[in-house]
Design a protein around this ligand. Structure first.
Ligand code: PEP
Ligand code: MN
Length: 362
């Protein structure tokens, strides 16, 4: 099923400037916090305010959002600043409350879009709205937490089938196990493939949830723009260190202003687009290499502890020779030169030995 004949997400005054920017705190915490953030964000040119009203938390006991009463604060933001407002909805009740409160944009969160029952419930509720409301409401579908493109497309199709024509996607990265540079690794090839399959659906990148750290917001935003994404959704809080959720990834409105100012729009330069995409792939692979090396060193250190406990020497020549031999044979099948692989393995082995010696000398 194709998704076509979409309407622009927003009116011309927002669409004419790239990127579309949505910003605001992870969660609405108090009326004052919401209003302060909105006023400061307006100052730096943001026209669309975000704030989570219902917060899906991984474990019980975290801040689960203020709930429906916070919708009134969003209405005040809209009235006072003229900004459009947006929030996450996860079920029929959320959606109806948000629409009734005049929220302009709703997004379906990553945990919800992974569940077709939940998405269909929201779609059925959208289909039951009066035509005019359905025509004006912007609905954004975050990628499911798991890297499943078909599930993401399926969720978009369910919303499209409900008659929503101001429809977009949000790329927020994908859950993965273990230590990573990113909180939710971006797996750029997935949103790129989404764009290939559904070229009419605008994609907004969420560098806050991908990176999980303030310092990653600027580079991720630039990468998203370089890959042709249409917009950014960025978490911003006047006092990030005191935020009740996602404090490590929120920036102040001033910092956000500086980040937005620093972004270069290289879209004009169509000829470099494929080069950029190839470079993104290289960046991604390098990230994976670093994570693999880090895992390898961790295991090498465990082996170091074992050797120490059992009074074994750190270097066992037989083992090193076998390892090198096997890897070099494998490298030939992978079109990697002998010398290159020998150098890399020697450097890795040297570092493992250094770390194991450190453990044994303790
Ligand atoms: C959010 O945007 O605050 C949020 C909870 O995001 P996600 O669904 O991507 O985890
Ligand atoms: Mn958040």
């Amino acid at each position: 099923m194709n998704i076509d004949n979409l309407e622009p997400l927003f009116d011309a005054d927002i669409m004419k400037k790239r990127p579309i920017v949505m910003a605001g705190p992870c969660s609405a915490e108090s009326e004052q916090q919401v209003l302060e953030a909105a006023r400061a964000l307006k100052e730096v040119g943001v026209k669309i305010f975000r704030a989570g009203v219902w917060k899906p938390r991984t474990k019980p006991g975290g801040f689960e959002g203020i709930g429906a009463p916070a919708l009134e604060w969003l209405a005040t933001v809209k009235r006072e600043t003229g900004m459009l407002t947006s929030t996450e909805v996860a079920n029929k009740r959320h959606l109806l409350d948000a629409v009734l409160a005049g929220v302009d944009i709703v997004w379906i969160g990553a945990r919800t879009s992974a569940n077709p029952f939940a998405v269909q419930e929201i779609a059925d509720t959208l289909a039951s709205l009066p035509q005019e409301r359905r025509d004006n409401l912007v609905v954004l579908v975050k990628n499911p937490v798991n890297p499943d493109l078909e599930l993401w497309i399926g969720a978009l199709q369910r919303i499209y089938n409900a008659g929503i024509r101001r429809l977009g996607a949000i790329h927020r990265g994908f859950t993965s196990y273990g230590k990573h540079i990113y909180r939710n690794p971006p797996e750029w090839r997935i949103p790129i493939e989404l764009h290939r399959r559904l070229p009419e659906v605008p994609i907004i990148c969420d560098p806050s949830h991908i990176g999980g750290k303030r310092e990653l917001i600027a580079p991720l935003s630039q990468q998203a723009l370089d890959m042709g994404f249409d917009g950014l959704i960025i978490e911003s809080h006047c006092n990030p260190d005191c935020a009740l959720s996602d404090k490590d990834q929120q920036v102040t409105p001033e910092v956000l202003g500086a980040i937005l100012y620093s972004l270069a729009d290289r879209r004009e330069n169509v000829s470099t687009e494929s080069l950029t995409q190839l470079r993104q792939q290289i960046d991604h692979i390098d990230d994976e290499l670093m994570e693999l090396l880090s895992r390898r060193m961790r295991i090498a250190r465990d082996i170091g502890c074992y050797k120490k406990e059992h009074d074994m020497p750190v270097v066992q020549q037989g083992r090193y020779g076998d390892l090198m031999q096997r890897r070099v044979e494998m490298a030939q099948k992978l079109d990697l030169s002998d010398d290159f692989i020998r150098n890399i393995l020697a450097a890795i082995h040297e570092e493992s030995v250094r770390q194991q010696l450190e453990i044994c000398s303790k």
